[in-house]
Design a protein around this ligand. Structure first.
Ligand code: BTN
Length: 258
């Protein structure tokens, strides 16, 4: 490690390694994107479980091709990479959202599919990507899975955003990146392993407890409008529209409260 901030890498390793053999924690002062780095490594054949933290990301990526802006010290940006072979991948990013929200604060809600919100503003986001591991793409084959998480710790500039972002220090004035990571990494790993074993269904009621869209009018980026009814057993968003109940599963669709 060669960084300016204090990171409890050893404590994280001690908490996670018994559940994830071969696990390592890596903190780098600067990267383009922790997701991009782990995806590059996976494509080059590196498939060990790792928690990769960047103090500064030069080209952080969000969902739907958006950029993820984060200031060093004012945000926590990291990715968990590990091989996974669930029977059904649907709902993984929602399960991750549940684990992150539950590990941090009861006031954090979830906006489908996996945005973390506080007081009507976005606190953080999750970007899940996978790479093949030479299993030929057969059903049930393990894929290297990169779960990237960005959390605002301190308020940041909001130019270009329709709603100014929230920050964890709105909830905990002394929140520090290392402590936040130590708090959320072990439950995150547990949740991902539980998801691998049992899928999204065990997370569904926990998701519902934090679902910010349920009962609200929503507009989808594909032009559909309706009322959100909650999530399906596979993590799809159920929307009551003029033509009946539809299930939105595509990660390419964005949803806005109307
Ligand atoms: C979103 O809300 O659109 C998802 C944001 C995900 C951002 C995190 S920061 C760490 C990891 N590396 C990235 O480039 N993106 C994710």
């Amino acid at each position: 490690m060669n960084t300016a901030l204090a990171w409890p890498a050893e404590a994280i390793w001690e908490a996670v390694a018994p559940r994830l053999p071969g696990f390592t924690v890596e903190v780098l002062p600067e990267l383009d994107s922790t997701n991009s780095e782990l995806m590059r490594r996976a494509r080059a054949g590196q498939a060990d479980p790792v928690l990769l933290v960047a103090e500064r990301q030069m080209a952080g990526r969000g969902r739907l091709g958006r950029a993820w802006q984060a200031e060093p010290g004012a945000s926590l940006t990291f990715s968990l990479g590990l091989p996974l072979a669930p029977a059904d991948w649907s709902g993984l990013s929602l399960a991750v959202g549940v684990a992150v929200a539950e590990s941090l604060d009861s006031r954090i809600g979830l906006k489908w599919p996996n945005d973390l919100w506080v007081d009507g503003r976005k606190l953080g986001g999750i970007l899940v990507e996978t790479a093949g591991m030479g299993g030929g793409g057969s059903a049930g084959a393990a894929r290297y899975t990169v779960i990237g998480i960005g959390l605002n710790l301190a308020p940041r500039a909001s130019e270009g955003l329709s709603t100014p972002p929230a920050a964890l220090r709105d909830l905990w004035p002394d929140a520090r990146a290392g402590e936040v990571l130590l708090r959320l990494a072990p439950p995150l790993v547990d949740a991902v392993l539980d998801f691998q074993a049992s899928g999204f269904e065990p997370f569904r009621t926990r998701y519902e407890a934090r679902d910010l869209l349920r009962g609200r009018a929503v507009n989808l980026s594909d032009g559909t409008a309706g009322t959100a009814l909650g999530v399906s057993g596979q993590g799809g968003l159920l929307v009551h529209t003029a033509t009946g109940v539809t299930t939105v599963t595509s990660a390419e669709v964005s949803v806005r409260p109307a």
